[in-house]
Design a protein around this ligand. Structure first.
Ligand SMILES: NC(=O)c1ccc[n+]([C@@H]2O[C@H](COP(=O)([O-])OP(=O)(O)OC[C@H]3O[C@@H](n4cnc5c(N)ncnc54)[C@H](OP(=O)(O)O)[C@@H]3O)[C@@H](O)[C@H]2O)c1
Length: 266
């Protein structure tokens, strides 16, 4: 039997709980992925998908091959739960981002909130898919983070439709993003990467949670990991990491051979 889920799909796939309570079948995903209650600051949750050997980009140059019905289901639910989707410009370009589309199944999930979350994008170049900044609804205008060095003409064009936050210096720091989201009351944050933006949040110690799908395929060498590069880390493979941040496994689920781990900062 098929039913519509809060992710907007009709996929009836059951998610099995492996941890913390092995054996739990047909997990309530909405409860499993609920944001902490009573937030008084932005909670930065990342959702990423990787191959079993740790690759984050498939042969298409996108994450398409890594995803699956159950992964899309989790992605849809996480979007339904959040106030804002935060993304790096390269991901917005590669994946052709537009504003988040409303889903009927989110009515209850988003009661008392806007029908869709806004999208926030970080970019120096402002080379962004036009639909992303032009076509967002008035209640969820796209938020663009850029630097004072971004091309002025492009910035003026984007400013007509989107909320543009311009920071001094050559880089938008994660702290800038968190501060601006806090000012707007956007506390339930979902970052969808990409690996470079995520590396900056990890490096700044500002990632609160990682939802990681491990897909049952091998990509071999060459594919970037879910965190890559970051400021001052061009030769990241030649150096040991600057820090390690302990995380706690909040749950581990399984569906159609994919593993869905949710880690929170310890
Ligand atoms: N496996 C997964 O879950 C997953 C998730 C997301 C993406 N991906 C894949 O990852 C690839 C893209 O990721 P990526 O790591 O290359 O790029 P990214 O992190 O999505 O975006 C990097 C871009 O964001 C902007 N940016 C990042 N930090 C900035 C800062 N501090 N200040 C100002 N602008 C900043 C710059 O944009 P400008 O270039 O515009 O200046 C930069 O080039 C794609 O292939 C995508 O399909 C995979």
């Amino acid at each position: 039997m098929s039913s519509t889920h809060t992710d907007g799909t009709n996929t009836p796939t059951a998610f099995r709980e492996l941890l913390p309570s092995p054996g739990g079948a047909d997990v309530d995903l909405t409860a499993a992925y609920a944001y902490p209650e009573g937030l008084d600051r932005p909670w930065i949750r990342a959702n990423m998908v990787a191959s079993t050997d740790g690759g984050a980009v498939g042969p298409s140059g996108r994450s398409l091959e890594l995803s699956s019905g159950p992964d899309r289901r989790v992605l849809g639910l996480l979007r339904g739960l959040c106030d804002v989707v935060l993304v790096g410009a390269a991901t917005a370009r590669a994946e052709g981002y537009g504003p988040v589309r409303a889903r009927k199944a989110w009515t209850e999930l988003r009661a008392g909130r806007t029908p869709t979350p806004a999208v926030a994008v970080v970019s120096r170049s402002l080379d962004l898919p036009e639909k992303l900044w032009k076509e967002a609804p008035g209640y969820a205008r796209t938020l663009v983070f850029t630097t004072a060095e971004s091309p002025v003409r492009r910035r003026r064009a984007v400013e007509e439709y989107a909320d543009v936050v311009v920071v001094d210096g050559e880089s938008v720091r994660p702290a800038h993003v968190v501060e601006a989201l806090a000012e707007r009351g956007l506390y339930r944050v979902l970052t969808e990467g990409g690996p470079h933006l995520l590396a900056e949040f990890v490096g700044a110690g500002l990632l609160d949670e990682l939802c990681l799908t491990l897909s049952p395929l091998l990509l071999g060498p060459g594919a970037p990991r879910i965190v890559a590069g970051g400021p001052g880390a061009r030769e990241v493979s030649a150096h040991a990491p600057a820090q390690s941040t302990p995380v706690r496994l909040a749950h581990l689920l399984e569906a159609q051979g994919s593993l869905f781990a949710r880690y929170t900062r310890d």
